[in-house]
Design a protein around this ligand. Sequence first.
Ligand code: AHR
Length: 524
Amino acid sequence: MRVRLISCALIIVTLTAPFAAAQKVDLTIDASKAGAKIDRNIFGQFAEHLGHGVYEGIWVGPGSAIPNTRGIRNDVVAALKAIKVPNVRWPGGCFADEYHWRKGIGPERPETLNPNWGGVIEPNTFGTHEFMDFLDQIGAEAYLSVNVGSGTPQEAAEWLEYLTTAQPTALAKERAANGHPAPYKIAFLGIGNESWDCGGNMTPEYYLSQLKVYSRFVRNFNPTQQEKQQMLKIAVGPGGGETRFAEWTEAVMKAWQNRQWSLDFNGLSLHNYTVVNWEKKFASVGFGEAEYNQILKATLEMEGLVSKYSAMMDKYDPQKKVALVVDEWGAWYAPLPGSNPGFLVQQNSMRDAILAALNLNVFARHADRVRMANIAQMINVLQAVILTDKGKMVLTPTYYVYKMYVPFQDATFVPVTFDAGTYTNGNVSLPRVDAIAAKDKAGKLWLEITNVDPNQPAEIEVSLPGITAKSAAGETLTAPRVDSVNSFDAPNAVVPKPISAKIQGGKLAVKLEPKSVTVISVEQ
Ligand code: AHR
């Protein structure tokens, strides 16, 4: 892969958007140099018991006036099906390390506390069966996080037996009595969450001792998951670029390299939120170009982190057997005024659509190591793809990016070379454009191009050596302002629109609007 992001000195054009001169950018896609598969699981979601992420966002209860199927909102299910969500991580986050699964099964559900997130009552009405029903309705796979913080290996092991055994054990009979005689399929299992902080303030050594015990006993007994489709176990990994996380990663990967038969895990998690200043977080609404540009600059740190931890993992696992799983990422802004600060409620703007595209492109470029990722969080929390307010639902600009990227799920990465140019605001510069390409299973070529520059359009010309392109078609997502949002009153302010792309002299030509995300398919 040879993506050149060259900071070239470009003439600074200070015209405002309608009159701005288009910048020319040449791209070359060499479809003969196919790379790794872009695993569909990098388009995963995360749903924690936090604020209105689960209650109201997913679960309204069977008695609700909001249309639902067994308590799960129909509008949300339809929206998530349309973006082909591959997996959902649940029940947390920090919540997972205080979650006791037995409280969320059966007819009696005790009310407990959710001390991490606003100290509210957790009714436990959405538990194991409701989560698995929700997954079934949206067609996604389960990524469960077991409680390593305040739980025990026995509790975790029994949860797995309850979920997966086909033998008539007491736990299987209990599962059947609770409505599900057949064993569930559990595709992914996280062993702890942020065990270096909210998950128990563990040292790498202490976590490793826990990981060894838990990973030994959390057995998946589902007969269909023994040879093929085995459950993948994911260990806690780094949470940013601090030195302590390099030490953590070294310790966990070294243990993997020196493992005995009784220890195995298949993924190492990475958490990284986009925040410029944790003490004074940026607003999610009503911001200007400076905040747009600074947040996007900050989000590009993902590339450095993924490269750094991939290289560290290469040392112990050169065959890339262990996946880097970016299972919490996204923009973290100040809570919306008037909301419960513990509920992490934020709006989602055109800026977040660009941010999502830039991160998904980082994951795609590292598809050989990054085989799973989960944006935080799916509904009503942080960089959500869906916002709800009682019976109303709105799809965010980030949602539409996920929709436009569906063709990249399980497609084969194809290298794109280009000089990105530079977009500068104040003293902060970043690449003007970003792009990825891939071939889907039917051999169709797909190209994504992000025009980061909020002021100037981009004239794109794409050379396609080895390809006889006949036609091209695509969709683009843009908005009048960097802080444009979809609201309950105006839900369609930021939605994708068709874009005209031409094949001229064998090359693809397309003009991109400022601050836009565009996906184009090429017919051969
Ligand atoms: O996504 C919100 C929180 O951020 C998660 O619970 C935790 O894992 C992380 O610190």
